[in-house]
Design a binder for this molecule. Structure first.
Ligand SMILES: Cc1cc2nc3c(=O)[nH]c(=O)nc-3n(C[C@H](O)[C@H](O)[C@H](O)COP(=O)(O)O)c2cc1C
Length: 383
């Protein structure tokens, strides 16, 4: 697939930021790019990677190498996937479908967000291996209903996000006018009309093709519209969710069950005892608790407690060396958030494919430069 014209100068994931910042209305850019409060966790995620040095070996004949990785009995072509991101279709036209298609073509996993604006059934049609991330309360009927719908749709990997008992304190994005629901205002309208490529290519096109976007995957039925003058009765609070709910779901969900947002060895032990198939070690990209520890720092402790679970990782991955470091520290697989969202906004499916290729090429290049032919050899390159 050819590289979109507006992405020809994008040579690494970080290059996506500047064109995306110009493309998106300010409120949307802020919503995606910021963390919480002083952005300490978001920036700390990067710092944690930068603090680790790699130790290459030479003369190992690395002419035949593979970045393939098996996860849950499936061989993927690269050790990374696309993290769940809510409201993605406000950034790029039908972004979730484009994530799904690009992930399918590249043979990597994609996790559809529980706050997505495209129904899971349509996304699974585009990519039968789509995973689903759920936001749930401690309401067994609701959890069971949503899980039943996901199973019926063909979802076999269910990820419950557990680090959002209450929303993070995203002051700057609220200031710029992006909350839930978005309240129409002169400022929001001005922000939109001053970004005509986004206005016509994403927003108006979305309105014309399907009307006002709704949260499509919050329950058995369609959820609330993303834009409204009235605040919803029930806010996005999942404070009552607890381990017993997860154990209950474990007994009923026949597919792979994971939780996302674990940062402690103790919780890893409980997750393993609960019979989960995996956890995603994550601080939500620095978007929940300010100064929550960068996941890379706790990864080795967590890996020690993993039992039979798969250890997945996200938060701050931008470079092939970041992927390599997380795997070397014991992650089985990693996920990337914001850069793929920016790629979907700028270049739709071919944009996401370009971003996937860039990262895959970096991982492959780093493998060779480290003197490795397989990802399993990376652990010995940390010292
Ligand atoms: C715009 C945006 C929306 C997100 N929405 C969700 C979501 O709906 N569910 C979820 O579990 N995580 C969500 N996340 C967090 C990501 O899944 C992931 O943990 C984080 O982006 C990883 O960090 P990175 O962006 O630095 O790669 C969102 C992140 C962003 C940037």
């Amino acid at each position: 697939m050819s590289v979109p014209r507006n992405m020809r100068r994008v040579m690494c994931l970080e290059d996506l930021e500047s064109p995306c910042r110009s493309f998106l209305p300010r409120a949307l850019w802020e919503f995606a790019s910021v963390g919480v409060e002083g952005n300490l966790s978001r920036d700390g995620n990067r710092q944690a990677f930068d603090d680790i040095w790699l130790y290459p070996r030479v003369l190992n004949d690395v002419s035949q190498r593979s970045i393939e990785r098996r996860l849950f009995d499936k061989a993927y072509d690269a050790p990374f996937g696309i993290a769940p991101m809510g409201a993605s279709a406000m950034f790029g036209y039908q972004a979730d479908l484009n994530f799904a298609r690009a992930a399918h073509a590249a043979n990597i996993p994609f996790i559809l967000s529980g706050s997505a604006l495209i129904p899971m059934e349509r996304v699974v049609e585009a990519n039968p291996d789509t995973w689903f991330q759920a936001y749930v309360h401690s309401d067994r009927a609701a959890i069971g209903g949503l899980a039943g719908r996901a199973w019926q749709a063909g979802i076999r990997h269910l990820v419950v996000t557990v680090d959002v008992p209450v929303p993070g304190n995203r002051g700057s994005s609220l200031r710029s006018g992006f909350g839930y629901p978005i309240r129409p205002s002169f400022r929001i309208a001005f922000d939109g009309v001053t970004h005509p490529r986004w206005l016509f290519g994403t927003f108006l096109r979305t309105l014309l093709s399907g009307g006002l976007p709704h949260l499509e995957n919050t329950g058995v039925d369609r959820g609330l519209p993303i834009m409204s003058l009235v605040a919803p009765k029930r806010s996005q609070v999942h404070a009552d969710l607890n381990w017993e709910d997860l154990a209950w779901l474990r007994d009923r969900w026949k597919g792979k069950l994971l939780i996302k947002g674990v940062l402690s060895a103790e919780d890893t032990t409980i997750a393993s005892r609960t019979g989960l198939d995996g956890i995603i070690v994550s601080n939500h990209g620095g978007r929940q608790l300010e100064t929550a520890v960068p996941p890379l720092k706790v990864l080795p402790d967590i890996v020690r407690e993993k039992g039979d679970m798969a250890i997945l990782f996200d938060s701050g991955i931008r470079r092939g060396t970041d992927v390599v470091k997380a795997l070397a520290l014991g992650a089985d697989f990693v996920f990337v958030g914001r850069p793929f969202l920016y790629a979907a906004a700028l270049g739709r499916e071919s944009g996401v494919s370009h971003a996937i290729n860039l990262l895959a090429q970096e991982v492959d290049r780093n493998l060779a430069l480290l003197g490795c032919t397989e990802l399993d050899q990376l652990g010995s390159r940390l010292n």
